[in-house]
Design a protein. Structure first.
Ligand code: SF4
Ligand code: SF4
Length: 401
């Protein structure tokens, strides 16, 4: 029996449910497919760890053989090849490893190169086998890591799959062999909305729309020209413009182009806001390509940390990611009074790493009521709203330093 645990967004308690279901069984396998921010191992502390790298194939250009026909550049749907100084250049981080350019080059000037994108760890913790997938920062897709992870351990009768949040292609890869799905929802207006992002898949496909990345290789190779690509909507951009500009998008279930959609949301926002106006970008959770798309070009990153073991681990991963962009970074703590010890640890980490601290927000039942009614907490008189105002002022001060 394989049970997949899902949620419409991060922070709903999906890992908490997954870990405890596995721990409650006589014998179980726990698979952490939340490869951008795997946390389950923090609770299990597995022993006898065995680690395996996960790699994909990317192209390498032989400039001596290249005749500059540009067929590879024109073919690549992901803009991972650009023609610079008479030969193509590969942008390794956005290559989707479709292999199309390698097959199409008439001069055989493109060969395969291995690129490590992550790793999987296997260990044991009492009655539970713990398998964890870890994606390297900024990689285009966690699907190859999840694929290897899911196929790794098929021995245990009871398997709990801790899925990534949302409804993109990594979620589809995680649940494809599951017997049962449990959706973890929060009792808020946002929780009910996010729950709607997950729905049951039914039907038969000639092309598996959830697995297809739109590389176009089948169309280019089919000798009978029986395959043609048709436009496929990956998501929906939305813009609200009244006294404030609100740019957003909803990724279509199973779509793998979340990074591109984030870039479009930011582009739409930039077109609408005047220079000098404040733009706040609500980033995706994790450290994968949507997060990289959220971070690129910003003036400052504000990390919202949770005072828990897993919250600190997530915070450190996103700080390390932001450091790669050399972007000004600050930290604030949400619901700090739910765990004062862990809050003190976060403050100590900030001091040690010389990361400015923008403040802390208490757990506040009035704030919960406001959120449940779809209001922002600064609209109501409450301690959490007051704390958010202080975080805002401190963030502005740091931004303008
Ligand atoms: S398809 Fe081959 S020969 Fe043509 S530009 Fe690309 S690498 Fe060069
Ligand atoms: S065609 Fe495919 S393999 Fe080649 S660069 Fe583009 S995504 Fe990568």
């Amino acid at each position: 029996m394989k049970i997949a645990i899902l949620s419409g967004k991060g922070g709903t308690g999906k890992t908490f449910i997954s870990v405890n279901l596995a721990a409650a069984a006589d014998k179980a396998c726990y698979i952490d497919c939340d490869v951008e921010e795997p946390n389950g191992h923090l609770f299990f502390k597995p022993e006898n760890l065995v680690e395996e790298e996960v790699s994909v194939i990317i192209p390498r250009i032989d400039k001596e053989l290249c005749r500059g026909c540009r067929r590879c550049v024109d073919f690549c749907r992901f803009n991972a090849l650009a023609f610079i100084k008479d030969s193509p250049l590969v942008f390794k981080d956005i290559c989707h490893s479709c292999g199309g350019c390698i097959l199409l080059c008439p001069e055989k000037a493109i060969s395969e190169e291995k690129k490590i994108i992550g790793r999987i760890q296997t260990g044991s913790s009492e009655n539970v086998t713990v398998n964890t997938g870890i994606l390297n920062t900024g990689e285009a897709s966690g699907v190859p890591v999840i694929e290897k992870l899911i196929n790794k351990d098929k021995k245990e009768d009871f398997t709990v799959i801790d899925c990534p949040p949302g409804s993109s292609c990594v979620v589809m890869e995680s649940i494809k062999d599951a017997d049962y799905c449990i959706l973890v929802a929060e009792p808020t207006v946002f929780g009910a909305h996010n729950l709607g992002a997950i729905s049951i898949i039914d039907g038969e496909y000639a092309v598996d729309a959830y697995a297809c990345e739109g590389c176009g290789l089948c169309e280019a190779l089919c000798p009978a020209q029986a395959v043609s690509l048709e436009p496929h909507v990956a998501g929906e951009l939305r813009l609200y413009n009244n006294d404030r500009v609100f740019s957003t998008a909803q990724l279509k279930m199973g779509s793998g182009t979340s990074g591109k959609l984030v870039t479009e949301v930011k582009k739409q926002l930039q077109e609408e806001v005047e220079n000098g106006e404040l733009a706040i970008i609500d980033g995706s959770p994790g450290i994968g390509c949507p997060v990289i798309a959220s971070l690129s070009g910003v003036d400052m990153v504000l990390v919202v940390a949770e005072p828990s073991l897993s919250g600190i681990s997530d915070m450190e991963r996103i700080i390390n990611t932001a450091e790669k962009f050399q972007t000004k970074t600050a930290v604030c703590v949400n619901k700090y009074d739910t765990n004062l010890e862990e809050t003190a640890k976060i403050e100590a980490i900030c001091r040690e790493r010389q990361i400015p601290y923008a403040g802390k927000i208490p757990f506040d039942p009035e704030a919960v009521k406001a959120v449940n009614n779809g209001h922002s907490i600064v609209e109501v008189e409450c301690a959490a709203g007051e704390a958010v105002r202080k975080v805002f002022d401190k963030t502005m001060e740091l931004l303008n330093e």
